[in-house]
Every structure is written in C-alpha cells, then in structure tokens.
Design a protein around this ligand. Structure first.
Ligand code: FE2
Length: 191
C-alpha cells in the first residue's frame, strides 16, 4: 500500500545531503526489530516505526525550540510568554514520550539522540537572534503550525497502515499542538 510521506523543503534537503553520513550508517542496529506478541503485521510495524521516528525527531526539535523561546524572550509580555513557552516545552516533551514509547511497543528502537534529531528534523532551525515577544510568537507559531501539519499527515499515514493506536497517539498530539498554536497566536491576534 502506498503511504504518503512528508517532504522536506529544498533548503533542508540540501543541508542534509551534505552531512557526512546517514544516521543508519552510523547506527547499524537502527533497523533491528524486537519480537513481540503484538499482532500488528511485521511489515506494518516496520513502516510505522520509521514514520514515528521521523515525527519523533521533529517533536524533540520543537521541544528545544520552545525552551529557546522561553529562555530568550524579552519585552513587556515577558512573564506571560516566558511561562507559556515553558508550558509548551513541557507538553511537547510528553508528546515525544508518547511517540518514542509507541515505537518501542512495536518492537522498534526509539531514535531520539541530539545527533539523529539534528539530521532528521524537518522543522526550520530556530533563529538565535530573536528578542522581542512578537518575534518569538511568530517563530514558535511557525514551528507549531509546521509540526501540526506533519502530525496530521502522520494520522493519515497510520490510518492507511491500519494502525489505529498510532493514529490515536498522533491525534492526541495534534489536538494538543492546535491548542498551543491558539495560545501563541492569540498574542498577535489582539493587535
Ligand atoms: Fe526556566
């Protein structure tokens, strides 16, 4: 069955193409599948694990972007945004846990090291020079919206693969991301 996959933007692909090695080359155990009494077919589990590990990289990247915003935001809305960005970090950390543990439940290896995440993430790298609240609101809402998009694609992929539980995990995450996007965007919608 053909499964739709998310595509990276051209600049991201170019950056990845020049990397010295792929994560699979560095980690030969990456495709190892543990045996389990879980009755999902092995071929399904392999595809789901690969797709979930891709979303795990995005999720961990998003988590660090929220912290980056939490640490560096300045201006009159400092406290509100500082605290909101930390709440988002905390929630996204839980989403990463849900994805990673689903991978392991299916017999896979959760691939969430900084090195792998840096190589795989499809999110735009968070700018280091942002200061004003409005700049962080713009950057983090971009990241939340993009992650929300790829997670929604993931729900469809899991449904196509007939893994209702992974679709459910991603649906829960998608619902949360939409809420956090609302919380962040509300800061620019009142202006
Ligand atoms: Fe803090």
């Amino acid at each position: 069955m053909a499964v739709r996959r998310t595509n990276k933007g051209p600049s991201v692909s170019r950056a990845k193409a020049s990397a010295p090695s792929t994560s699979d080359e560095r980690r030969p155990e990456a495709s190892k599948l543990y045996s389990t009494k879980n009755d999902l077919p092995e071929s399904t589990r392999r595809e789901v694990i690969e797709l979930l590990n891709a979303r795990l990289a995005d999720c961990i990247d998003l988590e660090s972007q929220a912290k980056q915003a939490h640490w560096n935001v300045k201006g009159p809305s400092f406290i509100a945004l500082h605290e909101l960005f930390d709440q988002i970090h905390e929630a996204v950390d839980e989403y990463a846990d849900l994805i990673a543990e689903r991978v392991v439940q299916l017999g896979g290896i959760a691939e969430g090291t900084v090195g792998v995440v840096a190589q795989r993430t499809t999110l735009v790298d968070y700018p280091l020079v942002l200061t004003k609240g409005s700049e962080h609101v713009a950057a983090l809402s971009d990241a939340l919206a993009e992650f929300g998009r790829v997670v929604r694609v993931g729900i469809e992929e899991m449904t196509d693969l007939k893994d209702a539980d992974s679709a459910d995990v991603l649906t829960e995450i998608s619902r949360g991301i939409d809420k956090w996007l609302w919380f962040v965007e509300a800061h620019q919608q009142g202006e």
